[in-house]
Design a protein around this ligand. Structure first.
Ligand code: APR
Length: 238
């Protein structure tokens, strides 16, 4: 009989969206094998060539708009609905909105969202699935050309970290789904959760860079392994 968890922290990465047809970053045909991070995912790149950076995210937006959640996303909805925990949070590194499309609650996008742009002049967040470019005018301060994709570039601060740090200290079960464990600070979350006494488990295709920090490893496609885990957890606890 597993313990009854009160606070569950679910960290997700690109792997949870792979079965929805979205590219991961570091697999053979991953985004970073086809594009240089230095050209599309740093603030220096943005200021060096805004048109090129906007084009990269404008090209990505329709694909993410049309993507559908898969059984792994839907299993989180089931867990949040049926498992008797006080809180189940979803902290995602993904900029897609598949967690929301699946009906997940308490979703925190620490690396931003593809359907948002932020005004570097006034900080206003524009919700849009349309193209953003150097002629986009901020609807709040009416300045043109200061709207940046609301994506956290390498070297920039993560979003929602006040909530995330609190949840990490409080969680008693830390679950990681579809992340390679190479990008910090997210790759260090498991260590914090473990330090505060949480059980830790990862769902991924193969061993990850920080897998030594996890108590349990479930290897396979998350769309198959995670729903099965949720069924087991529910059958033991309700
Ligand atoms: N089910 C489970 N895991 C999967 C699946 C799947 N169907 N497909 C791939 N994976 C695993 C891979 O084995 C790998 O460990 O998902 C992981 C994806 O790793 P990355 O491509 O490195 O993506 P991620 O960990 O999300 O990257 C972290 O890096 O580039 C930055 O900001 C970007 O948020 C991103 C961050």
């Amino acid at each position: 009989m597993t313990r009854l968890y009160k606070n569950i922290f679910i960290l997700t990465g690109a792997g949870i969206s792979a079965e929805s047809g979205l590219s991961t970053f570091r697999s053979e045909n991953g985004l970073w094998n086809n594009h240089r991070v230095e050209d599309v995912a740093t603030i220096e790149a943005y200021y060096r060539n805004q048109d090129f950076v906007h084009q990269f995210y404008n090209d990505m937006r329709p694909e993410l708009f049309n993507a559908k959640p898969n059984p792994a996303h839907l299993a989180i909805t089931k867990l949040q609905k049926e498992y008797p925990a006080d809180n189940i949070s979803v902290v995602t590194q993904n900029v897609d909105t598949l967690h929301e499309k699946a009906g997940n609650k308490n979703v925190y996008h620490i690396h931003g969202q593809i359907n948002q742009a932020v005004c570097l002049n006034c900080g206003h967040i524009l919700e849009t699935w349309g193209d953003v470019d150097t002629e986009t005018v901020c609807p709040h301060c009416e300045v043109m050309g200061m709207m940046k994709p609301n994506i956290v570039f390498f070297g920039e601060n993560l979003l929602c970290m006040d909530v995330v740090e609190r949840q990490l200290r409080q969680c008693d079960l830390f679950i990681s789904i579809g992340t390679s464990g190479v990008v910090f600070p997210a790759a260090g979350f498991v260590q914090t959760a473990k330090y505060y006494g949480a059980d830790t488990m990862e769902f991924t295709l193969e061993a990850t860079a920080n897998n030594y920090l996890f108590d349990k490893h479930i290897y396979g496609k998350a769309g198959e392994t995670f729903p099965k885990f949720v069924e087991e957890l529910l059958s033991e606890n309700i």
